[in-house]
Design a protein around this ligand. Structure first.
Ligand SMILES: N[C@@H](CCC(=O)N[C@@H](CS)C(=O)NCC(=O)O)C(=O)O
Length: 220
């Protein structure tokens, strides 16, 4: 049994963020699957860990850390090597800008509770829901494609994996799932392809988790 337990779900992009950071830091963890499609995030037991009823939540030696950004910064504090941020203060600020665009201006628009409410409570058709997602995601992608060429190398900030890549990569997987045309975003897609080859990202990928259904499992 590890001293780290991660409550997460194979397909969740925020869970991916925590998994890949744990992998990069070389931390083994116990995987506790929370099935979003069975509403397990709303169970009384899970709400005690995470009152926002979202995943992931990390428990380390009994200490509870909900929210992917809080988890990443916690890991960075307790295990600074290898770093998930650049040393330079300006580049760090730009890295945070990318994380913020993904976290606040993209991720929520495709989140399950929001898309469910759109159809159930606000009468959106599937087509309208799709339009909603493409509209807001498109704004984020367009901004990122302008921001990234100023600071990117192999990855979002130079040639080192940082939190910016950890936020960006799973968001692009979500875009692919929602059939967003990604051809207008060559810088984003170059970084995505580089992350895709990184072994830590591969290990954290939705297709390689213990709760990944057989039909979505990676064949390699
Ligand atoms: N800001 C939170 C968001 C957590 C979140 O909402 N995660 C999604 C999965 S990607 C979730 O649990 N959704 C459950 C729902 O919408 O009911 C974080 O980064 O951890």
């Amino acid at each position: 049994m590890s001293s780290f337990v991660l409550y997460n779900y194979f397909r969740s992009s925020t869970s991916f963020r925590a998994r890949v950071a744990l992998n990069i830091k070389g931390i083994e963890f116990d995987y506790k699957a929370i099935n979003l499609l069975k509403d397990e995030q709303h169970s009384e037991e899970y709400q005690k860990l995470n009152p926002m009823q979202g995943i992931p939540t990390l428990v380390h030696d009994g200490k509870v850390i909900p929210d992917s950004a809080a988890i990443l910064w916690y890991l960075e504090d307790i295990r600074p090597e290898p770093p998930l941020q650049p040393k330079d203060a300006y580049l760090k600020a730009r890295m945070r800008q990318i994380c913020e665009i993904v976290n606040s201006s993209m991720h929520p628009y495709g989140n399950l509770k929001i898309t469910k409410a759109l159809t159930k409570d606000y009468g959106f058709s599937e087509e309208q829901k799709n339009e909603w997602f493409h509209r807001w995601i498109g704004q984020g992608l367009t901004a990122l494609e302008k921001v990234l060429p100023e600071i990117a190398g192999t990855y979002c900030v130079g040639d080192q994996v940082t939190m910016a890549d950890i936020f960006l990569y799973p968001q692009i997987i979500t875009c692919q799932r929602f059939k967003v045309d990604l051809t207008p975003y060559p810088t984003i897609m170059k970084i995505f392809a580089n992350c895709d080859k990184n072994p830590h990202f591969k290990k954290a990928h939705f297709s390689r988790q213990i709760d990944t259904p057989e039909e979505l499992r990676a064949k390699d």
